[in-house]
Structure formats: C-alpha cells, structure tokens
Design a protein around this ligand. Structure first.
Ligand code: SF4
Ligand code: SF4
Length: 196
C-alpha cells in the first residue's frame, strides 16, 4: 500500500565507464572547490575580526550592583521561575546588620548560578526581574573545555553599574512606558488601561 507520494523510481541504468571511475564527478567537484577561491569569503577571522551584532542581541548575563555598590538582586526567584530552560538556581540569605552597603534589600542571593549550557538567551529573566538586577549583555559566553565551567556564579556575574547596558532596543513601547513609572507600579498602569 502506498502511504505517501514521495517515492522515487530508482533507475537500473548501467553506468558508463566515466561514471564507474568517478572521473567527471571528481573534476566537477574540484571545479566547484576552485571557483570558491575567487568568491567573497563568508567566514571572518574571529577573534581578530568581530561581527556587528543586531541591536536586540542577547549574550552573557550580568547581575548589576546599584549606584552605591550594593547588590540589587533580592533573591525573589522571579528570573528562575520565568526561565524556560531552568538554567537559574539561587540560595537566599537574610541581610545582617551592617551589611546594608553590600545588599540593597533585606534578602539577597547568597549563591546565584546560571548554567550557560542550558540557557537559550531568551531574555525572559531580564524581563521578569523587578529589581533591574539581571541583564543580558552583548558579550559572548567564552568557549570552555569542561562543562562545569559553564556554570556562572556570582564571581562571574556580579558587576558594577559603570558599564551601562542599553536594553531599550529590545523593549516594546509598553515596557518602556512601564519603566518610566516611579517604583514600576505596573498594577496602576494596568488599572489605568482598564479604565480607558
Ligand atoms: S536568558 Fe532565558 S534561558 Fe537564559 S537564563 Fe534567562 S530566562 Fe533562562
Ligand atoms: S535577578 Fe532579579 S528576578 Fe532574579 S532573583 Fe534577583 S531580583 Fe529576583
């Protein structure tokens, strides 16, 4: 019984001598290879030459400190919940007296890890973060030989606020509007929209 119409009739035609010795096929293959010598190279000499990335490119993550050098992350877990690849894990701890300069909120991430091999760089963690702590940069995750080294902890992720990251190109006008609100009162914005 025929299941599909994709079947092909195979020819039983006797091969010619030229076909048997593969000579024309070899010449044809070499001609194709030779023709590439005169074509523009599609490859680049990385890392000496780097490609221009799209404005919406999302690469390696960072956990930003605030203006005073304190960690913004409050270990709320929103990024981990939003992550479709289950690439983020963290362990929370309570801020002690005298640690206000280290952690902005009363709760902070004692450990915070992203598995770069699991990550699909979708950016949902960045969107989910209510503290503007996690951002995806335009940096490429380094190639490594061991799988363990792709698990990035706070030692690799936390960085100062100095290197600003412009994420506006990958935000919708609605998100940009929301970000302008003092305290990001998105519920109020939502209520206002409902009343319109
Ligand atoms: S970019 Fe996407 S996949 Fe990667 S850690 Fe964030 S939410 Fe998970
Ligand atoms: S990075 Fe943001 S979303 Fe993730 S735990 Fe920290 S504060 Fe919450």
């Amino acid at each position: 019984m025929q299941l599909t119409n994709r079947g092909k009739v195979v020819s039983n035609k006797e091969q010619s001598l030229a076909e048997k010795i593969y000579f024309p096929a070899i010449i044809k293959g070499m001609a194709i290879t030779f023709s590439h010598l005169f074509k523009k190279r599609p490859t680049i000499m990385y890392p000496e030459v780097k490609r221009q990335y799209a404005d919406v490119y999302r690469g390696q993550h960072v956990l930003k400190l605030d203006e005073n050098g304190a960690e913004r992350c409050t270990s709320c877990g929103m990024c981990a919940i939003a992550c479709p690849a289950e690439a983020i894990i963290m362990e929370s701890a309570e801020r002690k007296k005298g640690e206000e300069h280290l952690y902005r909120e009363e709760k902070y991430a004692k450990t915070y890890e992203i598995n770069m091999l699991r990550c699909i760089f979708c950016g949902l963690c960045e969107e989910a973060c209510p503290k503007e702590a996690i951002f995806l940069t335009d940096r490429i995750v380094d190639a490594e030989y061991e799988r363990d080294t792709f698990i990035y902890g706070k030692d690799k992720l936390v960085e100062k606020i100095d290197k600003r990251i412009d994420v506006t190109k990958r935000q919708t006008p609605e998100v940009q509007e929301f970000k302008k609100l003092p305290g990001y009162k998105h519920n109020e914005l939502y209520q206002k929209k409902l009343k319109k």
